[in-house]
Design a protein around this ligand. Structure first.
Ligand SMILES: C[S@@+](CC[C@H](N)C(=O)[O-])C[C@H]1O[C@@H](n2cnc3c(N)ncnc32)[C@H](O)[C@@H]1O
Length: 393
């Protein structure tokens, strides 16, 4: 189809993984419409495009959904950070549940008996203890929606108070050094503002506590960023891992789960590719007085062929990869470790479902799926799944 946009009346039925509302046109096309909510009835200008999918924008909201609420942020709509501030809390949780279930069923090809539980964040705002902002020519903010342009802001209501204060300070005296900056807080309120991309360790140190453990890391090293769900997240992963003789943890970072695993397993092999995170992990293991953690400082793609992994014979493999999921070819290597259980924490349901669909034919059953509301107001879904090795005949 080509030409100018066509205007249609559309009812929005659900929210898609990217955050857009989804409606179905009379001709069967699925139309994605930003800043809409389930139940909205709207006149929508639909871009010419494919026969099955199209993009649209609201020309007139004819009947607002009851699932709508008032956004609190001045830059909502232009900032690419939060896409669901106009969607009420319960509808956001329901959307996370549906997005996770759809990914597992459609991409993973596994039918779930019941919709997954979503562990809700106790507060819809003031929860985030780590964020990345861009600095460009004296402007500080986030990327605009579907654009590389900067949406300048000195306020961000999803940030915990000390972080919002640090953002205000950064925006009022922007650094000369353009690029990506991290603002992160420890749970004592200490804040580090760090230019990302430097090879050397940034000077700041941040401390968080979760599941009874103290984790310290260098500024700029990955950390779980929902201050209000650190403890439930750590406990859920550790509980799913259980206890036993041997555990392998891939993508261990500074040790957010590793220290707890080392209390539960006699031997833990932890693989981390970022040298600064791996050295933070070594310090955390030492500070906890633990000796049974073997740290493998390399990319997991290389680690799985190394003797430390080849002789690991783990009871469990715990994985927490980046959004891209497992690197190509890694799922069979993980299957070859022949662990009784695989505990996979993911920040992207689509790559998670893809990886699960590769692990299941290797002899595993998906036994539990749970979501975490780690980023209220955004369309992100964090998910924890457990796979168990099928009994052999
Ligand atoms: C989502 S973070 C999880 C970190 C840790 N589990 C935590 O909760 O803090 C992913 C980690 O994997 C590391 N990483 C990314 N790609 C990797 C790879 N190919 N091999 C090894 N580590 C990798 C990153 O440096 C980061 O520390």
């Amino acid at each position: 189809m080509s030409g100018s946009p066509q205007t249609l009346e559309l009812r929005i039925d659900s929210l898609a993984a990217g955050g857009d509302g989804v409606g179905r046109a009379a001709d069967g096309r699925v139309v994605f419409v930003p800043v809409t909510a389930p139940g909205d009835r709207a006149r929508v200008a639909v871009e010419p495009g494919g026969a099955r999918f199209a993009r649209g924008r609201v020309v007139e909201l004819l009947e607002p959904a009851t699932s709508r609420t008032d956004p609190v942020c001045a830059v909502f709509g232009s900032c690419g950070g939060c896409v669901w501030q106009h969607v009420a809390r319960d509808a956001q949780l329901e959307a996370r549940r549906t997005i996770l279930r759809d990914a597992i069923e459609r991409i993973g090809g596994i039918r779930l008996d019941a919709p997954p539980e979503i562990v809700a964040c106790p507060s819809p705002y003031a929860y985030r203890s780590r964020t990345r902002v861009v600095v460009e020519a004296g402007r500080v903010g986030y990327r605009r929606r579907r654009s590389r342009a900067v949406c300048a802001t000195s306020r961000c209501p999803v940030l915990v108070a000390p972080l919002e204060e640090a953002l205000r300070a950064l925006a009022s005296r922007p650094p000369m050094d353009d690029g990506e900056w991290e603002i992160a807080a420890g749970d004592d309120g200490n804040v580090c503002t760090t230019r990302l991309g430097a090879r050397e360790r940034a000077p700041g140190r941040l401390v968080i506590h979760a599941a009874g453990e103290r984790i310290e890391r260098s500024a700029g090293v990955f950390a779980q960023s929902n201050a209000l769900l650190l403890d439930p997240l750590a406990r859920a992963v550790l509980e799913a891992a259980g206890s036993g003789e041997r555990a392998v943890e891939l993508f261990s970072g500074a040790g957010f789960f590793t220290i707890g695993l080392a209390r539960r397993f006699e031997h833990v092999v932890a693989v981390e590719g970022d040298p600064i995170a791996a050295s933070d992990l070594e310090n955390n293991v030492g500070n906890a007085g633990l000796s049974q953690v073997e740290i493998v400082r390399t990319a997991v793609e290389h680690a799985l062929g190394l003797p430390a992994l080849a002789r690991a014979a783990p009871d469990v493999v715990v994985l927490d990869p980046p959004r891209t999921g497992l690197p190509r070819g890694l799922a069979p290597a993980i299957g070859a470790l022949d662990a009784a259980r695989i505990v996979y924490l993911s920040c992207d349901p689509a790559t998670l479902a893809r990886d699960v669909s590769t692990l299941v034919p290797l002899g595993y059953d998906l036994v539990s799926v749970r979501g975490f509301d780690l980023f209220p107001q955004t369309a992100h879904v964090e998910a924890l799944v457990v796979l168990e090795r099928r009994l052999r005949a």
